[in-house]
Design a protein around this ligand. Structure first.
Ligand code: PYC
Length: 342
């Protein structure tokens, strides 16, 4: 007896598979790819990131969008580096990030989980990491063989504009614009009528999205002195206390359906630059940045010799592994590249 001819692959045939280790940093997810990606070309992490974007962007949406991910998912692709111990670039659900703080903390915990960064008994392991924004240093502190904190010494942060009046969506605010590895519009939460708590998220995303669009239209029109790049996100904040011991509660809105669950590493860096520029914090003083879930990062601005307008943010937090995955694309899947609804 001969087998009947088939014209379609069985539904279980994997046409693509990608392995990841997932973690969350203060609630925000990071998906580190550990297998299944093609070889990338380019002399630097930035160049290989651009190669990935040009040739393999469908893998980003496959991994980060529904049904395997969601709007808030962030991916990390590791790649070799000629100038640092490791290289990595960051995938967002909408875009590619120059730097990502919560994902750097997630990556460090993932590398520890894989046994790739020093013996578990070591009290501290440090490594350098080349990311598109530059080379940073990451320190992993352990207690009793477990990671107790990850600190990254970020690229320099600075304020580019202060007190920019922005009116949109029925609110009028004064925003500062600062770089912390990504560009932020920093807005006092109270001025925008935003409650920094889980119940305030829907309103924060709606208001943040229109403020971001308005601010970026002003920047594109050349109406914001000193700022030539669009902001990536709006960071709503309030300040409790002064100087060392200050707590900055904050919520970063990236898109109309996307907010950072963590206190945001690059956002915390921009916030440090703002506090120092305003004279509300001195280099060397440590503050806490707090997300709407009540989980903190610690954040310290460090002076940079010869660069009075910039500080080097040292940001510390912790991530926890949530799972190890092998994502597949089954033959016949009608949505091979995933989807995202706004
Ligand atoms: O932690 O820097 C960060 C970040 C940026 C976007 C999401 N998280």
């Amino acid at each position: 007896m001969t087998a009947p001819a088939t014209t379609t692959a069985p539904a279980t045939t994997a046409r693509r598979w990608i392995a990841t280790i997932d973690s969350h940093t203060a609630g925000h997810p990071t998906r580190v790819v550990t297998g299944g990606l093609p070889v990338l070309s380019g002399d630097s992490v930035r160049a290989r990131r651009d190669d990935f974007r040009t040739r393999f962007d469908a893998l980003r949406t496959f991994l980060l969008h529904e049904p395997r991910g969601h709007a808030a998912m962030v991916g990390v692709v590791m790649t070799e580096s000629r100038v640092a111990d490791f290289g990595a670039f960051f995938l967002g659900s909408y875009t590619y990030l120059e730097m990502c703080g919560h994902a750097t903390i997630g990556l460090a915990v993932t590398l520890d989980h894989m046994g790739l960064i020093g013996p578990a008994e070591a009290a501290e392991t440090a490594f350098t990491l080349e990311v598109p924004a530059g080379v940073i240093t990451v320190r992993v502190s352990r207690q009793a063989g477990r990671v107790a904190a990850v600190t990254f010494e970020n690229v320099p942060a600075r304020v580019a504009a202060s007190g920019v009046p922005v009116s949109a969506g029925g609110v009028a605010v004064c925003a500062d614009v600062a770089w912390g590895g990504n560009w932020y519009g920093l807005v006092p939460a109270a001025e925008a009528g935003i409650a920094l708590e889980p119940a305030g998220v829907s309103q924060a995303m709606a208001t943040g999205a229109v403020l971001k669009a308005r601010l970026n239209a002003m920047i594109a029109a050349g109406a914001v002195d000193g700022v030539h790049e669009p902001v990536d996100s709006i960071l709503f904040y309030d300040t409790q206390g002064r100087g060392a011991g200050l707590v900055s509660r904050q919520l970063v809105v990236l898109e109309a359906n996307k907010f950072d669950r963590s206190p945001c590493g690059t956002g915390s860096s921009a916030r440090l630059a703002q506090l120092v520029a305003r004279g509300e914090l001195a280099p060397g003083e440590t503050i806490r940045t707090r997300n709407i879930l009540g989980v903190d990062f610690t954040a310290t601005p460090v002076a940079i010799a010869g660069e009075p307008g910039s500080i080097r943010p040292h940001i510390a937090g912790l991530a926890h592994i949530t799972g190890e995955h092998r994502f597949v694309l089954a033959g016949g899947d009608p949505l091979p590249d995933g989807f995202l609804c706004r």
